[in-house]
Design a binder for this molecule. Structure first.
Ligand code: TEU
Length: 657
C-alpha cells in the first residue's frame, strides 16, 4: 500500500466536531422498562442539537447478553431488544442527520460474547469457526499461562468439548477473537460495511490495540491485557482494515487504546496516513491511581498537566488528538479532578474549558455538561458493573474490610458514570417512568438538565457558550497549543494560536485563590476577556453575538460586548454586598453590544495588578486589559483573546521582542 494514496485533507469535519458519548442504557428510557433505549436518544436529539454537538458516539447497541452491558456482543447485525429495533435505529440516523448530528458506533471486535454463534461453533470445533477464537491446551495439568483477566480471575477458561482453554482478556463471557485468521478479519470488515451502509459516520473501536496477540508462552502472572497491547500485528491489521473499509470514506475513527504513548499515536493516527483518525490516550487517567485503579494516589495538578501538555506538544503536526476527561469507564471528572462540593459548578465549568479548548476533538460524556458527580451507594447491592462486583467479591474473599472496598468503589467504580442521566427533579430524575436498572444519584433534585436550562449561569450554558465559541474561532480548533508555566502548582494555562493571533486560557484548578504572574512575553500585552466561569456566559451560539475582536490600531481600543453578567433585568452577579467600584467612562447600566466599529473610551488604568476586576465585568463593560498577573479565585477559569504581537506595549528598559 502506498502512502501517497493515503493522504487525507488537513481539515476534516471530525476535527471540528464536538462528540457526545451516550451510554444508551443510562441516557433516557422512552419505553418505561427502566433501561434507556434508542427511542430515548431520539427524544433527546433536540437537546443535543441545542447543546451544539455534531456527532454522537453510542456505546454498544447490538444484541448482547449484557454481561458487560453490551461490550459482549452476540449479534453484530441486530439491535438489542432492550434498546429497540432496527427501524428505531434507522429513524435515529435520519432524525439525527436532520439536526446535523452524525452517529458513531462502538465497534467491539477484540472479543465477542460467548453466546455469539461463532463461539458456539468454535467450542464444538466446527469449521470454519474452529479457530475463530484463541484456544490452547493446558500446561502441566494447569492453565496455558498465568495471565489474569482485566476483571479479575484467570484469563483462560476451560471447555470440556474441546479439552482446551480459550483466552479472554476480559470476562469469561468475552472470548477474544483470533485476528490472525483472515476469515475473522473479513467478518469484521463485512459488519463494518453493514453499518456504514446504514449511514453511520464512523467508529469508536473498543480496545483495538489488543487485537494482535503475541506468542502466549509468557511466564509472568501479569494482567494478560497489558502483555498484549500494541503488538505490531495490531497496527498491521488496522492498516488492512483501513484499506478494506475506511479508505476514502471521510469517517470519524477513534481507537480506544489503553497503555499508549504519544509515539503510538504517531503510528495509529499519523496525520493523513495512519489507519485511524485518532486514538484515546489513557495516561491522563492514571495520575491519581496506584498499581491498580483501586489504589488511590494523590491527584497532582503539575503531574496531570505535564501529561496533558506532553500529549499536546508531541502530537502537534503528527497526529490529531482525541480529548476526554470522562467516559462510561471512568469516575465523573468533576469529582475526580475538580470539586463536587462547594465549588462544583465552577470546577465543572473549568474542566469544560480544559476539555473544549485544548487542541483535538473533544468527547463530552453524557451528564458532564450538567456537572454530574460520582455516587456513593451505601451497599454493594446497588452496584451493577461486572468489574466492580468482581473486585468486591475477590476483596471479601481475601478478607479485605467492607469499608476499604466500598471506599475504593465510591472513588473508582465505573457505575459512577453509569447512574441515569439526570433530566429533571421529578421521579427517577426524569430518566424512566419504571424502575431504573441502576439507582439514580440522589443529587438529581439539584443537578438536572431542567434546572440547568433555566439557570443562565449553569454549567450547561457554559458548555453551550464554549462549544459555540470553538465553532466560530478557527484558532480554537486548528491553532497550535502552547503550554505556559508547567510548574505552577495550581494554574493550568496555555495559548491557542494561529495567524489571527493567540487566545489565552488560564484555569486555577484548586480551591485556593492564587496569583498567577503572566509569563513574558504575554505579560502586559493587550487582551480582552471573552469568557469566564464566574459570570453568565455570552450567547456565542447566537451568531448575532459578536466575539470580541475590535483591536484598534496602535493603542488599545476598548469595546463593549454583550456580557450576561448584567443582562437586562438579570440578577447582580458576584459576592453579595460587593459594590462595583466607580470608574469613569462606562455607564453602570446593563450592557449591550455597542455595534461593529464603535469605540469605547478605554477605561483607564487597571487595578494594582493590571487586571480587570470582576466588578468591571459585572458592569458589562468588556475592556482591554494589560495584565501582568491574574488573581484567580477558587476554580476560576478565564479565556482571553489577545492582541496580536504587534500590539504589544513596550515598557521602559525593554527591548524589541
Ligand atoms: O474498556 C477497555 C479497558 O481498558 C477497560 O477495561 C478499562 O481499563 C476499565 O474499564 C477501567 O476500569 C473497554 C470498554 O470501554 C469497557 O466498557 C469494556 O468493559 C471493555 O473494553 C471490554 O470490552
Amino acid at each position: 500500500m502506498t502512502m501517497e494514496g493515503r493522504a487525507r485533507p488537513e481539515r476534516a469535519w471530525w476535527k471540528e466536531a464536538i462528540v457526545y458519548q451516550i451510554y444508551p442504557r443510562s441516557f433516557f428510557d422512552a419505553s418505561g422498562d427502566g433501561v434507556g433505549d434508542l427511542a430515548g436518544v431520539l427524544a433527546k436529539l433536540d437537546y443535543l442539537q441545542a447543546l451544539g454537538v455534531d456527532a454522537v458516539w453510542l456505546s454498544p447497541i447490538y444484541r448482547s447478553p449484557g454481561a458487560d452491558h453490551g461490550y459482549d456482543v452476540s449479534d453484530y447485525r441486530e439491535i438489542d431488544p432492550q434498546f429497540g429495533t432496527m427501524a428505531d435505529f434507522e429513524r435515529l440516523v435520519r432524525e439525527a442527520d436532520a439536526r446535523g448530528i452524525r452517529l458513531v458506533l462502538d465497534l467491539v471486535v477484540n472479543h465477542t460474547s460467548d453466546e455469539h454463534p461463532w463461539f458456539y461453533a468454535s467450542r464444538q470445533g466446527i469449521v470454519p469457526y474452529r479457530d475463530f477464537y484463541i484456544w490452547r491446551t493446558g500446561k502441566n495439568g494447569g492453565l496455558p499461562n498465568r495471565w489474569r483477566s482485566v476483571f479479575g480471575g484467570p484469563a483462560w477458561t476451560y471447555v470440556p468439548e474441546r479439552n482446551a482453554y480459550y483466552l479472554h482478556l476480559f470476562s469469561p463471557k468475552q472470548p477474544d477473537l483470533n485476528w490472525d485468521l483472515p476469515a475473522v478479519r473479513q467478518e469484521v470488515y463485512r459488519l463494518m460495511r453493514f453499518w456504514l451502509e446504514k449511514g453511520v459516520a464512523g467508529f469508536r473501536m473498543d480496545v483495538i490495540n489488543a487485537i494482535g496477540k503475541p506468542e502466549l508462552d509468557d511466564e509472568t502472572d501479569a494482567v494478560g491485557f497489558e502483555r498484549v497491547i500494541n503488538h505490531p500485528k495490531a497496527f498491521r491489521y488496522l492498516e488492512e482494515m483501513y484499506e478494506a473499509v475506511l479508505k476514502g470514506a471521510d469517517l470519524l475513527t477513534v481507537g480506544e487504546t489503553p497503555g499508549v504513548t504519544p509515539e503510538h499515536a504517531w503510528r495509529y493516527a499519523a496525520l493523513g496516513r495512519g489507519p485511524l483518525g485518532m486514538i484515546f490516550p489513557f495516561e491522563h487517567m492514571t495520575v491519581d491511581i496506584g498499581a491498580t485503579k483501586w489504589e488511590p494516589a494523590p491527584f497532582d495538578v503539575v503531574r496531570w498537566k505535564r501529561v496533558l501538555f506532553r500529549w499536546q506538544t508531541k502530537l502537534e503536526g503528527r497526529a490529531w488528538p482525541a480529548l476526554y476527561l470522562g467516559n462510561h469507564d471512568q469516575p465523573r471528572p468533576v469529582s475526580r479532578f475538580g470539586d463536587d462540593g462547594e465549588y462544583r459548578v465552577a470546577a465543572a465549568k473549568l474542566l469544560a474549558a480544559l476539555l473544549l479548548l485544548q487542541k483535538g476533538t473533544p468527547f463530552v460524556y453524557q451528564g458532564e455538561e450538567i456537572g454530574m458527580t460520582n455516587v456513593r451507594f451505601p451497599s454493594i447491592d446497588d452496584y451493577r458493573d461486572i468489574e466492580t462486583l468482581n473486585f468486591y467479591r475477590e476483596g471479601r474473599e481475601r478478607g479485605v474490610a467492607e469499608e476499604t472496598l466500598m471506599a475504593a468503589i465510591h472513588r473508582m467504580s465505573r457505575d459512577n458514570a453509569r447512574t441515569p442521566m439526570q433530566w429533571s427533579a421529578g421521579k427517577n430524575a426524569g430518566f424512566t417512568s419504571g424502575t431504573p436498572w441502576i439507582r439514580v444519584n440522589p443529587n438529581y433534585r439539584e443537578i438536572n438538565v431542567e434546572a440547568a436550562w433555566a439557570d443562565p449561569e449553569s454549567v450547561l450554558h457554559f458548555y453551550r457558550a464554549l462549544i459555540a465559541l470553538r465553532k466560530r474561532v478557527p484558532a480554537l480548533v486548528y491553532g497550535r497549543l502552547v503550554p505556559l508555566c508547567p510548574d505552577d502548582p495550581a494554574v493550568i494555562a496555555f495559548l491557542r494560536e494561529d495567524e489571527a493571533g493567540p487566545w489565552l486560557v488560564a484555569l486555577n484548578l484548586s480551591p485556593v485563590p492564587t496569583t498567577w504572574p503572566l509569563p513574558r512575553p504575554i505579560a502586559g500585552r493587550p487582551m480582552v476577556r471573552v469568557l469566564d466561569n464566574r459570570h453568565r456566559p455570552p450567547a456565542y451560539w447566537d451568531p448575532a453575538t459578536p466575539i470580541p475582536v475590535a483591536w484598534g490600531d496602535g493603542e488599545a481600543a476598548a469595546f463593549a460586548e454583550v456580557c450576561g453578567g448584567k443582562a437586562a433585568g438579570g440578577p447582580e452577579i458576584g459576592a453579595p454586598g460587593e459594590r462595583p467600584p466607580e470608574r469613569g467612562g462606562h455607564g453602570a447600566g446593563p450592557s449591550t453590544f455597542a455595534g461593529e466599529g464603535r469605540r469605547e473610551t478605554p477605561v483607564g488604568a487597571a487595578g494594582p495588578d493590571g487586571k480587570q476586576t470582576a466588578a468591571d465585568v459585572r458592569r458589562g463593560s468588556w475592556e482591554v486589559e494589560r495584565p501582568e498577573a491574574f488573581r484567580l479565585g477558587p476554580y476560576e477559569a478565564r479565556v482571553y483573546r489577545m492582541a496580536p504581537p504587534g500590539h504589544r506595549r513596550r515598557r521602559p528598559g525593554e527591548g524589541d521582542g
